[in-house]
Design a protein around this ligand. Structure first.
Ligand code: PEP
Ligand code: MG
Length: 539
């Protein structure tokens, strides 16, 4: 039985959909004749149009007109005679159909991407999709689209990059399995946000689990059962029922306030990755958003989201939450979160490198676009800004200076905005050690135990070989957490925790005693965390 790390609880029972990376390498294909290559090209274009039309029809039913329009846009683009004519000219010059498609699409892509026009820049990613689609047809390797996975799918992949996980439709996906990743890797965090059972670090999952097999996934035990016998299937269906019943029981905490056994008021917030998650968070019974990871807005696309697009995203979350606080973290990229179009330099040690606030402070135009969008969205709700990976007071001061510049600009333009409080993530040893100083320049703290644990213990969060060291209950991590909470209390600022440890029942009793105000967890953990708090004293 394949075994891995259970990272998102629940039982997934469904059909395996193996996502193999299709190689679009055409170096082994040889030129036949110009006529034949052109015929291959035309057949591929026709097939591409027919398939795309089918997907557009399907999307119209499942996702709506807007999504379907994108697919229709692909058909329109490839129907433009100029594009195909260019490909034919390449074939006349001795190219195989694959090379002609690749060259012409890449040329259009580069032209659109470098245009500086927002609409044209968006078309650059459409051209990429057309190129990959045509190459897939020419080479006979069809790719499975994650967004279109049929109901009851259990997705199996080598790795789920954050942008892949972002495409998952939780209504259709019964579970996910990957060959790498751990409890705090971003695919795990997103799976928990969507309440999709997940097992990661299953060796050779894509080569040993057959596509189409019936699977049972235990998202707590980390097991995967392939083609179970009828008895096992029944047993797990029963477990799944019981699990869902327990979830049902926890619902009594849904509209209750978060209070300790001795009557102290605390709060449970939610961590989200996409604006659409706000609805799920709202339904979970949380009292605010403790971490909106904005980097996901920047992923899975070919160009940066504009200020207006960002404003819409932040504002939509603020509106869903009404009076409740929404803590939005500024762009936290680098490390394991790559964004190709931002051309982040390759580094020997990306986790100790030019990432998060460091990158933003050195790329001011990009950072200011985000800050302006956040200030504008401040008008629509109760927004707070949170700075990631802070290591010193100067970084906070520098960011605040930029924020003041943005306020001035908005003021002069006559654009509506609101002065938004700025707090920091305490997720580096330096920030925890300096938390007394940092408290003087921060409106609030949120302890990021995912990174804090890794940096204090010098243990990578995704590496199973050092998993026993990567543990937030290690004394050094606990001391850092306690000291940070105490320094926040002394300074009189609120302190929360948005790392995964906030939902860890082993830690909650101490966190309550030390005075943690706010626990920010995945939507699926809200009620259980509230239940654990209700059982423990606050003093
Ligand atoms: C953390 O480091 O604890 C955190 C919440 O941030 P992320 O997991 O996005 O790095
Ligand atoms: Mg972090």
């Amino acid at each position: 039985m394949p075994k891995g790390i259970g990272v998102s609880e629940g039982y997934g029972i469904g059909t395996a959909v193996v996502l193999k990376e299709n190689s679009l390498d055409y170096s082994a294909v040889t030129f036949t004749s110009a006529e034949e290559e052109k015929a291959r090209l035309h057949d591929a274009v026709e097939q591409f149009k027919a398939e795309t039309l089918k997907i557009a029809d399907q999307l119209k039913k499942t996702a709506g007109e807007k999504e379907a329009e994108i697919m229709n846009g692909h058909i329109e683009m490839i129907s433009d005679p100029y594009m195909v004519q260019q490909m034919e000219e390449n074939i006349d010059g001795g190219c195989i159909a694959e090379a002609a498609v690749d060259t012409v699409c890449t040329m259009f892509h580069d032209m659109f991407a470098g245009s500086g026009d927002e609409l044209l820049m968006q078309r650059a990613s459409d051209v990429n999709d057309i190129r990959d689609g045509l190459l897939g047809i020419l080479l006979g390797v069809h790719s499975v689209s994650i967004a279109d996975a049929p109901a009851g799918s259990i997705l199996i992949a080598g790795d789920f990059t954050p942008s892949m996980t972002g495409q998952i439709n939780p209504e259709n996906v019964a579970g996910i399995v990957a060959e790498i990743g751990g409890f705090t890797s971003h695919s795990a965090i997103l799976a928990r946000t969507m309440s999709v059972p997940a097992v990661l670090s299953v060796p050779e999952a894509t080569s040993t689990i057959p596509d189409g097999a019936t699977l049972i996934l235990d998202g707590s035990a980390g097991t995967v059962i392939v083609d179970p016998d009828p008895e096992t299937l029944e047993k797990y269906k029963k477990r799944q029922e019981e699990y869902l019943e327990e979830k049902e029981k926890l619902k009594k905490f849904l509209h209750e306030p978060t209070v300790t056994a001795d009557g102290e008021k605390r709060a449970i917030y939610c961590n989200i990755g996409k604006p659409e998650d706000a609805r799920m968070a709202d339904a979970s019974g949380c009292e605010g958003i403790g971490l909106f990871r904005t980097e996901f807005l920047f992923m899975g696309r070919d160009s940066e989201p504009s200020e207006d697009e960002q404003y819409e995203a932040y504002s939509s979350v603020a509106k869903v939450m009404g009076d409740r606080e929404v803590i939005i973290r500024t762009l936290d990229i680098g490390g394991d979160k790559e964004i190709p179009y931002l051309s982040i330099e390759k580094e020997d040690n990306p986790f100790l490198g030019h990432r998060a606030i460091r990158y933003c402070l050195d790329n001011r135009t990009l950072f200011k676009r985000q800050l302006r969008a956040l200030l504008r969205a401040g008008v629509d709700g109760n927004i707070k800004i949170m700075l990631p990976l802070i290591t010193c007071v100067e970084e906070v001061e520098e960011a605040k200076k930029l924020l003041a510049e943005c306020e001035n600009e908005l003021e002069q333009e006559g654009t509506a905005y609101r002065d938004v409080p700025v707090g920091i993530m305490v997720e580096t040893p330096s920030a925890a050690i300096l938390s007394d100083e940092l408290a003087k320049v921060s409106a609030f703290f949120s302890i990021g135990t995912n990174d804090l644990t890794g940096y204090i213990m010098c243990a990578d969060r995704g590496n199973p070989a050092v998993a026993s060291l990567y543990d937030p209950t290690r004394p050094a991590v606990l001391r850092a957490i306690k000291q940070t909470i105490q320094n926040a209390k002394t300074a009189g600022i609120p302190v929360g925790m948005c790392g995964e440890a906030a939902a860890d029942p082993r830690l909650i009793p101490d966190l309550l005693k030390w005075g943690l105000d706010e626990f920010s967890v995945s939507p699926s953990s809200v009620l259980r965390t509230r239940a654990v708090i209700a059982e423990n004293p606050g003093k």
